[in-house]
Design a protein around this ligand. Sequence first.
Ligand SMILES: [Zn+2]
Length: 267
Amino acid sequence: MAALEADYPPCVAVFGTDGGSPFVLVSDHAGQAVPPEMDGLGLSAAERARHIGWDIGIDGVGRALSRKLHCVLIEQVYSRLVIDCNRAPGHPTSIVTVSDGTQVPANQDLTAAQRAARENAILHPYHDRITQELDARLGRPTVVVALHSFTPSMNAVARPWQVGLLHNRDPRLAHIMIDLLAQEGLTVGDNQPYALTETSDYTIPKHGEQRGLPHMEIEIRQDLITEPEGQEEWAERLARLLPKAWALFCAQYPAHQPTAQMQDATV
Ligand SMILES: [Zn+2]
């Protein structure tokens, strides 16, 4: 698969329209698609629908959020088990052979050419689309928001946070958002359930840190957003708090001025 076959779904789905908001939403793990010749990766549909295959519920949150914020959402359509778009090409967990106890038959003993084919068909076009969106906004205030969800328990340990903010080189906006979420009475993870790093992540290092753009990586616990009601609730919450976080950021770090639209926004 040098490129995806013509009748396959494209690897990128774009939702929402740019209504002047500073936010660009990206969702690396929103999809569950598998190229047909991979025969479901040798897994049952139930296994692929587990958290190992995608970020459960984040599709509904992201799409509703893009509508409420009048901003663009770029989603990866293919399962993270085909290739993880939040890992650098060649990273040991880019194409996993086992995930949370599940062996992935179609990922065993891949050749370099097979790995490169997945990178060229799925990973690179997705990141190229994000780059294109950000390039088109040069000169405008832009905040890259990476949306993820996490499984409520891992290795039999329950995770207490409803939401987490991950950060590394520029924690400024994450810290503001952590405070706003905590004021809602939520238990907020600060670099929990994961810490953002240059090796365990790819999207924010590449599109946020390296471009010098303000950014956030948000993780929502999956049991809260499995159903549409919870997805709407979290989209509403983030649509309220993200503009507030950006306004506070701009007040604290005046090099980044809010757009006129954002100053008017009361969403
Ligand atoms: Zn994710």
